[in-house]
Design a protein around this ligand. Structure first.
Ligand code: GLU
Length: 464
């Protein structure tokens, strides 16, 4: 049997962290078993679904590299199919028309609530003949007896008595099919073998199983993923900061870091924290998914992002860094090779945004010194030292790190001072106080012209 999983977002917002985690687990499970991963856009809520949201979801999936084998399929293109199924259910007596007025349903609800009962439809129209030409909804005739039992691949055996379920509306009065009906038809038509989704859908599963069984369709396996909480223990939402996947791109995270972080939300493999994509595919298993909720921890994500910043191919990092340099109005072509800058700086940043910020000085003069650094390093006594080292640097034949280093050392020796006496003001003069690697490398990358210009500016600043 070919494993077929799906990701079925409703396009009513961006692709959020929870949706991306569900997509990742479904994708991994399909990849691990040589199966297929399907993307289905559940856009039947015409009022809340938007084209921008569809695009944002597609963009997020693409950025994360979660390639789908089939789709995107749009539910709004399949209304004829849903209606065909609903009509068949009506013909077979497995569904019925209901014209209960709103007032009746509200009264029923109030009465049930007053008796502390779970509000549910009482089956009033089950045996009535409702005129198909008059306004009505269609309800599924849920079995009245028995228990729905299924083996959730994460949660184990789940049992729900049919007495707790009521006759679900499957077609609204405006003729549109409802969520549980469309999902069931699609999962069956698309041959989905494993439904992997958030546990906020767990209450729908027994209803969906009943629908499938009534239609004589195969029931897939289910895996309900535990929810993701924010640091205050409530369900992760906008309140907790960025939850849109694309916001993470803008904030300077690498897609592989986000995937690595997401895979650990609810799944573990011993104590291992870092997983390449190939390792994830190899090691991932639904049976190792936790039942309990996991907490989203931005610090941990930053730590993983830094790991990838340090260990990924610098050429790739440079490519991903370029747009963030662009955000600072820096064209990396007008300065040192960005790959070398990445190699020099990457240990000092946790995100691409930080990496861009601390690397700006390689490409343009900074506007002001870091106050603390300048106060410490750029004192009147530094003028003479800066002038001396400037002279030697200006005279260098080749602007490369060994010669630069020799020039600084010669200055130190001639003036009979410690290395830091020259090194510290020189570093602040050239970098403004930004985090930077070895001084000789820093200067080489900044270039001779900018180095000398900035030394002059620092001296002028001291004379203030
Ligand atoms: N469209 C649903 C959602 O975005 C998911 C439905 C499902 O996975 O069955 O929550």
């Amino acid at each position: 049997m070919t494993i077929r999983t799906r990701c079925a977002p409703s396009p009513t917002g961006y692709l959020h962290v929870g949706g991306a985690r569900t997509a990742l687990f479904s994708w991994l499970f399909a990849r691990k078993h040589g199966g297929k991963f399907i993307l289905r856009i559940e856009d039947t809520d015409l009022e809340r679904s938007t084209r921008e949201s569809v695009n944002a979801i597609l963009e997020g999936m693409t950025w994360l590299g979660l390639e789908y084998d089939e789709g995107p399929f749009y539910q709004t293109h399949r209304f004829d199919r849903y209606n065909e199924v609903i009509d068949q259910l009506l013909e077979k007596g497995l569904a019925y028309r209901c014209d209960c007025p709103k007032e009746r349903l509200e009264k029923l609800r109030e009465e049930q609530m007053a008796k502390k009962l779970k509000p549910r439809y009482d089956g009033h129209c089950r045996c009535r003949e409702v005129d198909p030409e008059k306004p009505h909804v269609v309800r599924f005739r849920n079995p009245e007896e028995g228990t729905v039992v299924f083996q959730d691949l994460v949660r184990g055996t789940i049992r729900v008595s049919n007495a707790e379920l009521d006759d679900l509306i499957i077609r609204r009065s405006d003729g549109s099919p409802t969520y549980n009906l469309t999902v069931v038809v699609d999962d069956a038509d698309m041959g989905v073998t494993h439904v992997i989704r958030g546990d906020d859908h767990i209450n729908n599963t027994p209803r969906q199983i009943n629908l499938l069984q009534a239609m004589g369709l195969p029931v897939p396996q289910y895996a309900h993923l535990p929810m993701i909480l924010g640091d205050d223990g409530t369900r992760l939402s906008k309140r907790h900061g960025a939850v849109s996947v694309m916001q993470y791109m803008h904030d300077g995270f690498l897609p592989e870091a986000l995937l690595n972080y997401l895979v650990r939300l609810g799944w573990s493999h011993g104590d291992q924290e870092i997983f390449s994509l190939d390792e994830m595919v190899e090691l991932f298993d639904l049976s190792e998914v936790n039942r309990s909720p996991s907490t989203f921890n931005r610090e941990k994500l930053l730590w993983i992002n830094q790991h990838y910043l340090i260990h990924d191919d610098p050429k790739r990092i440079a490519r991903l860094l370029s747009p963030h340099m662009g955000d600072l109005e820096i064209d990396p072509a007008e300065g040192p090779d960005l790959v070398r800058v990445v190699e020099a700086q990457r240990e000092r940043a946790r995100t691409l945004v930080e990496l861009a910020e601390i690397s700006a000085f390689y490409y343009r003069d900074f506007e002001a010194f870091d106050e603390k650094a300048a106060k410490k390093a750029l004192r009147p006594a530094a003028v003479e030292l800066l002038q001396a080292v400037r002279e030697r640097l200006a005279a260098l034949e080749n602007w490369e790190r060994e010669e630069i280093r020799a020039a600084i050392e010669a200055t130190v020796k001639a003036l009979e001072v410690g290395f830091g006496k020259v090194g510290m003001p020189l570093r602040v003069a050239v970098t403004g106080g930004a985090p930077s690697p070895d001084l000789d490398l820093t200067l080489e990358l900044v270039g001779r012209e900018a180095t000398l210009r900035r030394i002059d500016k620092a001296i002028a600043w001291i004379h203030g």
